[in-house]
Design a protein around this ligand. Structure first.
Ligand code: THU
Length: 138
């Protein structure tokens, strides 16, 4: 598959996940999709809570689902999308959570930050330079 097809299908998966967003407080829907080396795609959406600070971001939900499915590395590509015009960039906590899964397989995933009218290509290492991860504990 070409990079464009990969990008478009992963963003489409993230956008489909966004339809299940539980965000009654912010009304800001976010979807995330992770693509692994074996072709598997795992998605997540943001899940808010009446105790606002307990909100789970879309990327964190996707990582938790993937790790529960047994993934430990092989993370090659990430897409994040919000239903706003501008591209949504992963929050700091999500960068750290994504890094755990990426570092387990020594990958530096491409991260597509998307919105309705904008897509920005970046990498996890650009978003989180000099990351603290599993190897930091050695
Ligand atoms: N949100 C995400 O799901 N991912 C991010 O990286 C940024 C923020 C969610 C959390 C909350 O439900 C809403 O966006 C507004 O902050």
């Amino acid at each position: 598959m070409s990079e464009d097809n990969n990008r478009d299908s992963l963003i489409a998966a993230a956008k489909a996940a966004l339809e299940n967003s539980y965000s009654p407080y912010s009304k800001f829907r976010v979807g995330a999709a992770l693509r692994f080396a074996d072709g598997t795609v795992v998605t997540g959406t943001n899940i808010e809570n009446a105790s606002y600070g307990l909100t789970l971001c879309a990327e964190t939900v996707a990582v938790a689902k993937a790790m529960d499915d047994g993934h430990r590395g092989g993370l090659e590509e990430v897409a994040v999308i919000g239903d706003t015009p501008g591209a949504v960039s992963p929050c700091g906590r999500c960068r750290q959570v994504l890094n755990e899964l990426a570092e387990l397989g020594n990958t530096d995933p491409v991260v597509w930050c998307a919105g309705e009218e904008e897509v920005v290509k970046t990498t996890l290492s650009d978003l989180l330079p000099r990351a603290f991860g599993p190897a930091s504990l050695d």
